[in-house]
Design a protein around this ligand. Structure first.
Ligand code: SF4
Length: 338
């Protein structure tokens, strides 16, 4: 819950408003898992809270660890629905890739989650549960321990902007001083470019944004990403060009590379044209094979050639390292299989 929601809770229990801040402090800073541990709240109020609300965490029902240290967690979110989160440790940082939905409506051809269809939207509690189950630090100045969480990417199962209300609540909890107190610069939300929700996200937060482009050939994008019909990438780019990404806020364009599909010079030029003068970086992503999908990953040579063309045109482009492929935790592979 956000502070505003907690204030409504304490009001309905006849408690003074400041108790909401005390509860937030116990849950998000001190991370207690029972009302009985909230010792500055009266016994009577603790009991009322316990009678009416649930506090605590639901542990992952399954963990799988990759040879490269990536860990995938399977959470049961009720009604037979499961979601996955992926912890990706890397030198002095550890990024958690969180899910915002069980399944996904967007049905991108190349994605294992899309093949599941849509099951449910996660509540902010179910999103926060994925995060609070992990070790964390309150700010970047603090030292991190092994595997301690430093960054969050909304790139797990689901389209975050298709569940914007709950995702915004989670971001509020993560970034507020009464919550986890994180800088929004530690959070990235990834989207196919759902409009008008993308504008809402850009206006109401200052988190980083990653837009899944994957091909600038419009007919090809429409055939692989049905969302192109409803939310054309041309309109998304037009919107993005009205925001300033030259400072602290980062815009990334995601581009999965498939052999013989979108990995040639013509596609690089189409992407350059689409980007125009937009301040962004391009992440070139290796494709991870998904059962039933007739696509192959682009070769390393092609990926490097593609990156070089973009770089020569003044666009920062990097090839993203694959992580967790052996446990089906890499990009596009999350399907919550038991
Ligand atoms: S790539 Fe993202 S938006 Fe597309 S189906 Fe998969 S989870 Fe949904």
């Amino acid at each position: 819950m956000t502070l505003g929601e907690l204030e409504n809770v304490v009001k309905s229990g006849g408690m003074p408003r400041f108790v909401a801040r005390q509860i937030a402090d116990w849950i998000y800073a001190k991370r207690v898992c029972t009302f009985a541990e909230m010792v500055n709240i009266s016994k009577k109020n603790q009991q009322w809270l316990a009678d009416n609300y649930v506090v605590g965490r639901q542990e992952a029902v399954r963990r799988s660890k990759s040879q490269d240290g990536t860990v995938k967690f399977l959470f049961d979110v009720g009604d037979g629905c499961k979601v996955e989160s992926v912890m990706i440790p890397d030198k002095d940082r550890a990024t958690l890739c969180v899910s915002s939905q069980s399944g996904c409506k967007m049905n991108c051809y190349f994605c294992a989650t899309g093949k599941l269809g849509f099951k449910s939207n996660l509540t902010s509690a179910q999103i926060m549960n994925q995060i609070l189950s992990m070790p964390h630090r309150r700010n970047t100045a603090e030292k991190t321990g092994d595997g301690e969480l430093t960054n969050i990417v909304f790139m797990g199962m689901g389209e975050p902007l298709d569940n914007l209300t709950e995702v915004l609540k989670s971001i509020e909890i993560l970034t507020s001083p009464w919550g986890l107190g994180w800088s929004p610069k530690r959070i990235t939300v990834s989207t196919v470019g759902k409009l008008p929700q993308l504008k809402d996200l850009l206006d109401r937060t200052s988190v980083h944004v990653a837009v899944s482009v994957h091909t600038a050939d419009i007919a090809q994008r429409e055939s692989m990403m049905p969302a192109q019909k409803a939310f054309p990438i041309q309109s998304v780019m037009k919107l993005l060009k009205t925001y300033d990404f030259s400072g602290q806020r980062r815009l990334s364009l995601e581009y999965i590379m498939w052999r013989g599909v979108n990995d040639d010079v013509a596609h690089a030029n189409m992407l350059i044209k689409l980007i125009g003068d937009l301040d962004c970086r391009v992440n070139l992503i290796r494709f991870h094979r998904v059962p039933g999908v007739e696509l192959a990953p682009a070769s390393d040579d092609r990926m490097q050639m593609f990156r070089n063309i973009l770089n020569e045109h003044g666009i920062t482009a990097t090839i993203r390292a694959s992580r967790g492929e052996d446990i089906e935790a890499a990009c596009g592979m999350l399907a919550a299989k038991k």
